[in-house]
Design a protein around this ligand. Structure first.
Ligand code: G3I
Length: 349
């Protein structure tokens, strides 16, 4: 009888110990899979561009909330979608995104109003300075006022330079002239004095190129002239086989620091020329690691935002034929080894 009781007791103890171990492992496993936990702890904005449909599939929504702490609309806030005609404002997708972000304690980055691309028809056909100024001011003021306190930062103007460093032709340039940039930033500051205002571009990350230097010179002159600007965005759409030019990138980041401005890596992806091979993946990993290391080491770099998370809905194959596999999750929404490499870096920092 006694022996039976002690066997029962030992079995109970063993069973509860096993349960406790399974429970601990499951929590530990969860934590280990979740890059966001470490990004939050390091106060790094680690984010991603999303589409409205992402929030409609529970498994995608859960993935986003688990892994990222800042979201940006890949397309929804662009003129084409936000304001398809002068009197209709399409707020619903942005509201949905912001509600989702708030529910999951994530930040939101706004992208982007004043751009040469993805404009609605009525914007593209603006042809007087007066009409263009009205649309520019109305759009910025309406949006920043509506989302005051709920959106952390905006790309106010996007891709305003050509590769040779001249200002790009656009409807804003043709109708208003180069001062449209100052006016856009001033309008934004008046609408929301506390939101961060960024100028965003691509191929602007390496000091010493015509475009990056023109970009820097304009921003410097804005600061000197008292035009409100808080930071700059380097998009960082990179190619796996091109090693990151660390010295030129760091020199560029630091000269913005000297102006008192932050730098955000706003649209990071590293594309591979298909087919994928282990060698190409190693090059891609090296590029991602260098970017993340620099982002974590330079004190004025505040965010590392990916332009998409899954290869399933990547913008890359449609734009760069023959390229792909640029993101951290595969087309089945599974994290790639690259994901864990970056997570370990954030955890170790
Ligand atoms: O919405 C239509 C859909 O109705 C239609 O069936 C479909 C057929 O092609 O097209 C859909 O529109 C596409 C839209 O994305 C939404 O998915 C456009 O064709 C396509 O051109 C558009 O591409 C976007 C691109 O900006 C436009 O320039 C990409 O998704 C978006 O990732 C990309 O994002 C830009 C950043 O804003 C600025 N920096 C560069 C970056 C990459 O190009």
């Amino acid at each position: 009888m006694k022996a039976k009781k002690s066997i029962l007791r030992i079995t109970k103890i063993l069973f509860s110990t096993a349960l406790a171990i399974v429970f601990a492992l499951s929590i530990f496993g969860c934590v280990e899979k979740n890059i966001r936990r470490y990004a939050d702890a390091k106060k790094l904005d680690f984010g991603v561009a999303v589409r409205p449909s992402d929030m409609l599939y529970p498994e995608r929504a859960e993935l986003l909330a688990d892994h990222f702490n800042i979201l940006v609309a890949e397309n929804t806030m662009k003129m084409q979608y936000l304001r398809p005609n002068p009197t209709f404002w399409n707020w619903s997708d942005i509201d949905q995104l912001i509600n989702f972000a708030e529910e999951h304690k994530m930040k939101i980055k706004g992208h982007t109003f004043i751009w040469h691309s993805q404009n609605s028809g009525f914007v593209s056909s603006l042809n007087t300075r007066e009409d263009a100024l009205k649309v520019l001011r109305e759009t910025i003021t309406e949006t920043l006022t509506r989302y005051k306190g709920r959106i952390a930062e905006y790309d106010i103007c996007n891709e305003i330079f050509e590769e040779n460093g001249t200002l790009r032709d656009s409807v804003w340039m043709r109708t208003i002239g180069p001062e449209y940039v100052d006016i856009a930033f001033q309008t934004a500051r008046e609408a929301d004095p506390s939101v961060k205002l960024l100028l965003n571009d691509y191929n602007n990350e390496y000091a010493g190129t015509a475009k990056a230097d023109a970009f820097y010179n304009l921003v410097k002159s804005m600061v000197e002239r008292g035009i409100p600007i808080d930071g700059v965005g380097f998009q960082m759409h990179m190619i796996a086989k091109d090693p990151i030019k660390e010295a030129a990138l760091i020199a560029n980041i630091r000269r913005f620091n000297d102006l008192g401005l932050t730098v955000s890596f706003t649209e990071v992806d590293v594309r591979i020329q298909m087919p994928v091979t282990p060698e190409k993946e190693a090059e891609q990993e090296a590029a991602y690691k260098t970017l993340l290391r620099i982002a974590m080491e330079e004190p004025n770099v505040k965010s590392f935002i990916l332009w998409g998370y899954t290869d399933l809905q990547s913008w890359i194959p449609a734009t760069f034929g023959g390229y792909g596999s640029a993101h951290l999750f595969d087309d089945k929404f599974q994290p790639k080894p690259l994901y864990y490499t970056l997570m370990d870096m954030i955890k170790a920092k």
